[in-house]
Design a protein around this ligand. Sequence first.
Ligand code: ADP
Ligand code: MG
Length: 620
Amino acid sequence: MAKISINIKSGTLEKEGLVVGIDLGTTNSLVAMINPDTGKPEILGKTDELMVPSVVHITHDGIPVVGSAARQALISHPESTIFSVKRLLGRSYKDVEAHAPYYTYRILDEADEKLVRIEVNGKYFTPIELSSEILAELKRRAEAITGKSVSRAVITVPAYFNDSQRQATRDAGKMAGLEVLRIVNEPTVASLAYGLGLNSSEAKTIVVYDLGGGTFDVSVLRIEDGVFEVLSTQGDTYLGGDDFDREIVRHWIKSLPENIHSDAFKSLRLLAEEAKKQVCGGGVFEELFNHVDGQYKLALDFNIFESLTTHLLDKTIQCLQMALSDAQLSYDEVDEVVMVGGSTRMPFVKQRLVDLFGHIKVNDTLNPDEVVALGAAVEADVLAGNRTDILLLDVTPLSLGIETLGGLMDVLIPRNTRIPCKYVKNYTTSVDGQVKMSIAVYQGERELTAENRKLGELLLTGIPAMPAGMPKIEVAFLLNADGILTVEAKEMRSGVQQHIEIKPQYGLSDTDVERMLLDSLSNAKDDVARRMLVEARTEAEQMIYTITRFLGKNAALLSDGEIKETLELCNSLKTKLVNSDKDTILQGVDALNEFTRPFAERLMNKAVSSALQGSHIDKV
Ligand code: ADP
Ligand code: MG
């Protein structure tokens, strides 16, 4: 169960829960924090299970089970065991349709524009809820190990994640009871784990090669003055260690009788992964495989494995070449390479990179499946204010703008702008008497909005009718540190304004998130209710304190009746503090506030008039 700390003296929430870094991976997730004794990041977990498989199994009773136990159910209960949920996070059915056969569980094909849902035994789950289960498990782990409450986190995402996916990740964190300090890019924190970017005087170009379980990402970063700029990213969201396993399965199946193919496939996959790890570690693999109609010998050695999978490695190198050409760089302009992801333990990966890059430094001394979480812990520490020597800044990877006449993209925030930032631009109407204006927001580098990604739309209404070109409409883009955008539009002559926080068109509203938060997690529900109650109590206590002090100092400003009434309101609020719910407490706060507001005004007037008197006396 999650914990909250309350400072007994002040009655306030203790904000100082531990801060952690979380790698919410497609295959495995990890949590790390800075060890206060060594100052170095460490993965939190038992030595034999530092990683939590990113798998959620829904039991018959509809209860989610996370991690290794859930992973066991992949074979026995494929339809109720959700893997790779990260690929579905912040996505609509339209986005994932092409790969639907890949999933063994049911993804609902409801509406193109809405976030997907998953159905298990007649119950519905969103990828946000399922991801929050994984995050909650990591939080519990960290709390069990440290014995302290863990309340704040930095969560990592791939550099190519769009707004919708980032927002969904943030929502999942919130739902798990975490205050998400920042959503950060995986390649950025992987570099941080190696200390790159910590020395603000050095400028470097870095390639981060991340081959995980199901995805491949390569990013080119430029680090200068402590700023991480993503020059380009490329990759394949359906290429990873799983594909290497699949090649082994295909190879084995060739030597097995025809009729065994389909149902043996699944158990062969786990064996294949074992075989892969074994041959990559320098061994050979041999095992007897029992099947209804006989026993078969499965074998693998490194050379066979390498030749079976060369085409997959080649694919990653093609992506790498594209990433470099997008960034307009050649191999010899790169200063360092960082290796990330469990699959970079395959020896030919490093070999190929060394061959391509020559003698530059290939960073592979940290465990490749841990670097992202380790780096996230460093960033979390910085953001929590524990290190003042570093300033971590991020940039937005894609340009943001609005559609203007003729479907043109008009950029307000160019790509690679440091975030957080704010940009303002003026527009006007194109038709006489135009009273409303639609402002469509896009993300991307193309000239025509049709070729960019639409993030949302805002309608400015109530513009006073004027000749075309007369209204002055100011559009402001505010991009926060997570890369989440708020757009404001204002007609300057009349002051009419509208603003929206851009979540993708098919995103969740805050109320949806709130509702899911209350519905799905009974623990979180208790915590949220408790927190709101504590906050209401704190507010009430502060109010009573302030007013009691005011009465003590300024009784002369009030009538006897007013003093009596104030004291009564204070006392009634005090009794409410003991047993009442938050709404009743807040009503009491409001009543007291309402009644005493004029007093503050009187005090101000008194101060002003005595100041005036003072000046008058001076002149005499
Ligand atoms: P993700 O970032 O997708 O969550 P990870 O970075 O944890 O994934 O990588 C998981 C992948 O790494 C799996 O495909 C796993 O088989 C592979 N892997 C882990 N250890 C080894 C190893 N020793 N040799 C080869 N592959 C490995
Ligand atoms: Mg990863």
